[in-house]
Design a binder for this molecule. Structure first.
Ligand code: TYD
Length: 222
């Protein structure tokens, strides 16, 4: 059974971690799959040090910030994600490379190609087979302004508007990889739509009901 790599993206508070847990539970219970749930930044011991500095450390210039997110990702891929995929697991990550393109390129206004290439180099070209975008209007963040405590959250409403638009633009440019969902839907409705997209990506023996098409080909039907 081959591994399957899925990322969840979206603004702060869009409900990504809940959906990661709901999908993991379904994959384990209904499909008996080995599932690894993880996140960026901070999916490794080194990553947790980087996460603490990135979110709660001193101010960083944009390029340093981009390099540290990419370093977190490179180590995460090399030590957690690739080994799990090689063992046939499903890997669900709360944020991945597209967050860097949205936050460090569109948000911090670095060239998107540079930021994307940096992560592709760091990960030796690993992209998810499916990326679920939980999209929320930026305005919903405004009422949480008072609660914002980390460096990324403090970047301001215009910054977050640019990150949202970058996610939407990337999704529109590569519909085979992306599933865009309205994060204002109920948890159950979102989970159902995620399962509908993930089901055909599970290569299970013929007759098991979930289809046997290889990952990467099915995505083109989205
Ligand atoms: P986190 O507390 O995990 O928030 P969320 O619930 O929104 O995922 O904080 C991660 C923050 O780091 C979030 O504001 C997005 C930001 N980030 C980047 O700027 N670049 C990246 O490459 C990644 C992975 C995250």
């Amino acid at each position: 059974m081959s591994g399957l790599f899925i990322s969840f993206e979206g603004g702060d508070g869009a409900g990504k971690s809940t959906q990661v847990q709901m999908l993991a539970e379904w994959l384990r219970r209904v499909h008996q799959r080995e599932v690894i749930t993880t996140r960026e930044p901070g999916g490794t011991a080194l990553g947790r040090v980087l996460r603490d500095q990135l979110l709660h450390g001193q101010d960083l210039d944009a390029r340093t910030e981009a390099l540290l997110f990419a370093a977190d990702r490179a180590h995460h891929v090399a030590t957690v994600i690739r080994p799990a995929l090689a063992a046939g697991a499903v890997v669900l990550t709360d944020r991945y490379l597209d967050s860097s393109v949205a936050y460090q390129a569109a948000g911090r206004e670095l060239p998107a190609d540079d930021v994307e290439r940096l992560s592709l180099w760091g990960t030796n070209g690993l992209l998810p087979e499916l990326t679920v975008l939980l999209d929320l209007p930026t305005e919903h963040l405004a009422h949480r302004l008072g609660d914002w405590t980390d460096r990324m959250e403090r970047a301001g409403i215009e910054f977050h508007r640019r990150t949202r638009q970058a996610f939407l633009d990337r999704a529109a440019a590569d519909p085979a990889r992306w599933l865009v969902l309205d994060a204002a839907l109920s948890r159950a409705q979102i989970a159902e739509q995620v399962r509908t997209a993930v089901g055909p990506l599970l290569d299970e023996p013929a007759g098991s009901g979930a289809g046997s098409t290889a990952p990467g080909q099915v995505g083109e039907e989205h």
